[in-house]
Ligand binder design. Structure first.
Ligand code: FMN
Length: 364
């Protein structure tokens, strides 16, 4: 079998070192003011042998920054901080997209910059609680429903953040349309109860994502815009809804029409979520002719086999990249993998972040 996983790959105008993508992973190592820290530069530089790094979720605006110590892309100092990260990755021949994650109703004012507000398509609170550094676990607050004008202004926040990403040296942005954050809050009829053009029908619930993708594409170039989706996902109090197949079929067709560079599918079966039916993945593959990134529970064999059978074009690895900065080398050589320490996924500092061992002694 040809080892496609480790050969060069095309993504729009980019030539990637290989077909291995580092999946976006929130690690909460920014400052409490949501600025990039030097250890974040070290962390991404250590993993620059991936064909493409997709960063952790980055907030496009203060309203979108509902978690503790999650970075943003809306202040000059955040742009400067990210510039150090992208320079370090590029110096090693890597490529890096910024994942723009607006948390919407999954946030707490205690975690937010002054002026930030928990907003959503509708005033429907998520079940469950959210972690805060100062007050521990707190109930998700009831979000304020955006007015139609504010929905349009929020799309512009994504545009501004995308321009900031390009100024910070990113090769592109990924719109986080998955895992129960703002974009998926619009898509799900269980959360979106709006009666304007952003709620109700499939077309209306998809409008926020599609207008954002088109506007961001116009601002920075469609070759630099990808979209992450999680049909049948079960996270942050969103689950599969009536008409889910029809909705994602429409979204895939429209994203194809708009011409974004990739769609990135989440499959969290390996994390306990229900299986994503093969038929939806296949229908998205058929409707969307750009690059398809697959993710969730991959090892080298399954990655090779899915590339070989043309199920997708690139394969993203999440947790294995946390524990193995030199994951590409380990996959290629069949070396043993370090196991991730779940206790330090979201804690501040270097422990469990930049201190995983590499095969050889040289360090970034
Ligand atoms: C610590 C951690 C943080 C994550 N944060 C994000 C995130 O910010 N954005 C996102 O789209 N997915 C996020 N994910 C999901 C991963 O991108 C990926 O889909 C998931 O880990 C499954 O892939 P794996 O089995 O290779 O780990 C996160 C996963 C983990 C383990």
């Amino acid at each position: 079998m040809a080892k496609e996983l480790f050969s060069e790959a095309k993504l729009g105008g980019l030539t990637l070192q290989n077909h291995v993508v580092m999946a976006p992973m929130t690690r909460n190592r920014a400052t409490t003011d949501h600025d990039v820290t030097p250890i974040m530069t070290t962390y991404y530089a250590q993993r620059a042998t991936a064909g493409l790094i997709i960063t952790e979720g980055i907030a496009p605006s203060p309203n979108g920054n509902g978690y503790a110590r999650v970075p943003g892309l809306y202040t000059p100092s955040q742009v400067t901080g990210w510039k150090a990260v992208t320079d370090a990755v590029h110096r090693q021949g890597g490529h890096i997209f910024a994942q723009l994650m607006h948390s919407g109703r999954i946030g707490h004012p205690v975690n937010m910059h002054e002026g930030g507000e928990v907003i959503a398509p509708s005033a429907v609170a998520a079940a469950g609680q959210i972690y805060t550094d100062t007050e521990g676990m707190l109930d998700h607050p009831t979000p304020r429903a955006l007015t139609t004008e504010e929905v349009k202004a929020t799309i512009q926040e994504f545009v501004t953040a995308a321009k900031n990403a390009i100024n910070a040296g990113f090769d592109g942005v990924e719109l986080h349309g998955a895992n129960g954050y703002l974009i998926e809050q619009f898509i799900s009829p269980d959360v979106n109860k709006r009666t304007d053009e952003y709620g109700g029908s499939v077309e209306n619930r998809s409008r926020f994502l599609l207008e954002t993708a088109a506007a961001v594409g116009e601002a920075i170039g469609l070759d630099q815009v990808g979209v992450r989706l999680s049909p049948y996902g079960a996270f942050n109090d969103i689950t599969a809804f009536d008409g889910v197949d029809e909705t994602y079929q429409y979204i895939a067709e429209q994203l194809n029409e708009i011409g974004v560079v990739y769609v990135h599918l989440v499959d969290h079966q390996s994390m306990g979520a229900p299986a994503v039916p093969g038929k939806i993945t296949k229908s998205i593959r058929k409707a969307f002719t750009g690059s398809l990134i697959l993710s969730g529970g991959y090892d080298a064999d399954r990655a090779e086999s899915d590339l070989e059978s043309d199920k997708g074009d690139l394969i993203a690895f999440g947790r294995p990249f946390i524990a193995n900065p030199d994951l590409v080398k380990r996959l290629r050589t069949g070396a043993e993998l370090n196991q991730p320490d779940y206790d330090t996924f979201y804690t501040p500092g270097e422990k469990g972040y930049t201190d995983y061992p590499v095969l050889e002694t040289e360090k970034v």
